[in-house]
Design a protein around this ligand. Structure first.
Ligand code: ADP
Ligand code: MG
Length: 691
């Protein structure tokens, strides 16, 4: 049985009650399979015992020592137990804040294994956070071995995870079968899946761990590439070539615009048109920095298909953005006689029914919407082209579903998060990529200023100057409302504060994800029309919103945002010809990474550079980094750090397919399993390659 097929609920394990189960669910663990694939983020090698004297030179250490005495420290209300332990090299103090009950455990004369981080303070060697186990225990559970360190959530401890993972391995681990073809296993001398699964959690040696890691990573990459190749093959199917069009719509639209296409826009439009009239369906990624004019390029592609008598669908990740696109697009193409429509989940039933019929009878040429476009009940008369805007926001399955709506429609994905070249070549090797590198002329570089929170008055003064000129501003906060846990400014309070205290003469609006779609839309409309001078928001305005008269972006607690979010947010301004400004207001106590992020934002406006830097900061080893960069969500592998493995897997896949093209069909079941691992739909930023 494949691991992913072990769908029994974790409730069947001992010690997993309803409360623990719901906490585990927060970590994405519902089934035994989820648990087995919940991999340690690190390991703690507790095989080595360090003499107490030497522990202070190490981050963490494990000692074996005997209790010599107890003491109570602190004032009467906040007393803490202190336990002295000793080995041949010296003495250490275990400070048990809030754990005074340990006095009963640490009996004088008894010997314990103790792991923690030790330091020299107040004239003695101390540790305040430590794990321990009695050395008399016949069966040590977390000492004298390498133990896993799992990512945690409140209420779930390492001990719980170790315990239930052990149970799951004992009960189900034995039945796990290999997923890779035997030939591959032999060629790379990979360990069995069941061995690897055990060793990834509880390795006996670093070597065993490494082997296990290689197997799990390789497996994931192998199937990822296999799926991609499969897609590539289906794409190569021939189709009836679309009959060429005169380009009447394009000509009319360009004549109506007050500007001409940039060279890069013209180039990508040519590339896309070539594909549209070729014998194979298009799968193309259009990358271009925020504000580079991707929408127009996409619209021109749609017009070509519509002129050929087919329908085009344009999908955006949020309702806000989809609506805005629908309006822009209607303004551009309706004068040409193209019939447009908008669809989202909030459209009422009657209109939806009407719209469905119109799509089926080809009374709509161009539909713009959210993922509601691929709901079960929606079908098209003749869907020729699908455009997916901000594609990194969608999951694999969402895209696949839309593709199912037409007989091999062409697909254009648009993104402002560029993929580093090396990744693009391997991972997206079968997708064509078009890039818009330059922005429309007349744009000025956005001027970015950093400001400490205590200097925010100065920022407000600068903003006022802009507002007085008739320009508009965004204020962005990390939270919607006050939070008990985090002392951060939030949109609601700051909206009141800014509207009444700081800028009383100007009209303000607020927008965040808790508002209804209608409220969001009305706020955005009022901002767009110029009725509102400034809008207070959360990162809902991050994606795609386009209001050229907005020239100021203020991001408070900028240190709380990731680089790509900061870049996207900044990209909301500087979309017209006026000088635009971005103020990044930060609070004290910045982490090292936050400093780096803010510095990069100061230094460059270029999305490609920012994407590369983002990868560097998060480090190729940090799995999360790759997940959040928006292109891949894998469990074990990291396509930057494991680039060599990725290349090997690609070569293997190609070699195997050349010999045995049938493998794809045969392995289909496995592929589905692996796809499930790389599951989309968790949050916005997950998808796998160009599946
Ligand atoms: P993005 O690539 O971020 O999706 P948009 O497509 O929203 O960018 O375009 C940003 C702005 O640039 C829009 O207001 C659009 O009308 C304008 N624009 C697009 N192409 C040109 C051009 N060739 N010349 C001038 N302005 C343009
Ligand atoms: Mg856009």
């Amino acid at each position: 049985m494949f691991v992913r097929e072990i769908t029994e609920n974790i409730r069947f394990l001992k010690k997993v009650g309803p409360k623990t189960a719901s906490l585990l669910e927060k970590l994405g663990i519902k089934t035994i399979a989820d648990l087995l694939y919940y991999l340690p983020r690190d390991y703690d090698d507790r095989r080595i015992i360090t003499p107490i004297k030497k522990t202070i030179h190490m981050d963490r250490a494990c000692i074996k020592a005997t209790v010599t005495a107890h003491d109570i420290i602190g004032s009467s209300r906040k007393q803490a137990l202190k336990v002295f332990v000793q080995d041949k090299s010296g003495t250490a103090a275990l400070v048990c804040f809030g754990r005074n009950f340990l006095a009963r455990t640490f009996v004088v004369g008894k010997t314990f294994y103790i792991a923690g981080s030790f330091s020299f303070r107040f004239g003695e060697i101390q540790t305040t956070s430590f794990d321990f186990e009695s050395a008399d225990k016949p069966d040590l559970s977390s000492f004298q071995r390498i133990i896993p360190v799992y990512p945690l959530t409140e209420g779930i401890t390492q001990t719980i995870l170790i315990n239930i993972t052990t149970q799951a391995l004992e009960k189900y681990g034995i039945g796990v079968s290999n997923e890779l073809p035997d030939g591959i296993m032999e060629k790379h001398r990979l360990p069995d899946k069941k061995t690897a699964l055990r060793d990834i959690h509880f390795p006996q040696t670093p070597e065993a761990l490494e082997k296990a890691q290689i197997l799990l990573k390789y497996e994931e990459l192998f199937y990822l590439l296999l799926v991609m190749k499969q897609q590539a093959l289906t794409r190569k199917i021939s189709r009836t070539i679309r009959k060429p069009v005169a380009g009447r719509f394009k000509e009319q639209l360009l004549a109506r615009l007050g500007f001409s296409l940039t060279d890069d826009q013209a180039k990508v439009v040519r590339e896309i048109e070539n594909d549209l009239f070729s014998p194979h369906p298009m799968v193309r990624l259009l990358e271009g920095d925020v504000g580079s004019g991707k929408t127009l390029a996409g619209v021109l592609a749609c017009l070509a298909v519509i002129e050929a008598g087919e329908q085009a669908a344009f999908m955006a990740p949020t309702e806000l953005l989809a609506r805005q696109h629908a309006e822009t697009i209607a303004r551009l193409v309706e004068p040409l006689g193209v019939r447009t429509a908008f669809l989202s989940g909030s459209i009422d039933t009657a209109s939806r029914r009407h719209l469905r019929e119109a799509l089926m009878s080809n009374d709509i040429d161009f539909i713009i919407g959210t993922h509601a476009l691929f709901s079960e009940d929606i079908s098209f008369k003749k869907l020729g082209l699908v455009i997916i805007d901000e594609q990194h926001r969608f999951g694999v399955l969402q895209r696949e579903k839309l593709m199912d709506k037409g007989a091999a429609p062409d697909m254009l994905m648009m993104t402002a998060t560029p993929i580093p070249r090396s990744l693009a070549l391997t991972a997206f090797g079968d997708t064509d990529i078009s890039s818009i590198k330059t922005k429309p002329p007349g744009r000025q570089e956005i001027i970015t200023h950093l400001a400490r929170e205590k200097n925010e008055q100065k920022v407000y003064d600068r903003v006022r100057q802009e507002l007085e000129k008739g320009r508009q501003a965004y204020f962005v906060y990390p939270l919607i409302a006050e939070s008990e846990k985090l002392e951060l400014k939030n949109a609601e309070q700051m909206y009141d504060h800014l509207a009444t205290k700081i800028f009383p003469g100007f009209t303000a609006g607020i927008i965040h994800s808790k508002l209804s779609e209608d409220e969001k839309k009305s706020a955005m409309d009022r901002f767009q029309s110029g009725e509102l001078s400034f809008i207070v928001a959360t990162s809902v305005v991050e994606v795609g919103v386009d209001i050229p008269n907005a020239t100021v972006m203020v991001i408070e607690h900028a240190e709380r945002f990731g680089l790509s979010a900061l870049h996207q947010l900044r990209g909301r301004v500087g979309r017209g010809t006026d000088q635009a400004y971005c103020f990044l207001v930060y609070s004290d106590n910045l982490t090292e990474d936050a400093v780096k992020r803010l510095k990069i934002m100061m230094e460059t406006n270029d999305g490609f550079t920012i994407a590369e830097e983002d990868l560097k900061i998060r480090g190729p080893g940090a799995l999360l980094g790759v997940q959040q960069s928006g292109f891949f969500k894998l469990t074990a592998a990291d396509i930057t750090a494991d680039f060599d493995l990725l290349t090997t897997a690609r070569d293997d896949v190609e070699e195997i397919l050349a010999k045995d093209p049938g493998l794809l069909q045969e392995e289909h079941k496995v592929i589905r399993n692996v796809l499930a691992i790389a599951s989309p739909f968790q949050g916005g930023y997950t998808h796998v390659g160009t599946l």
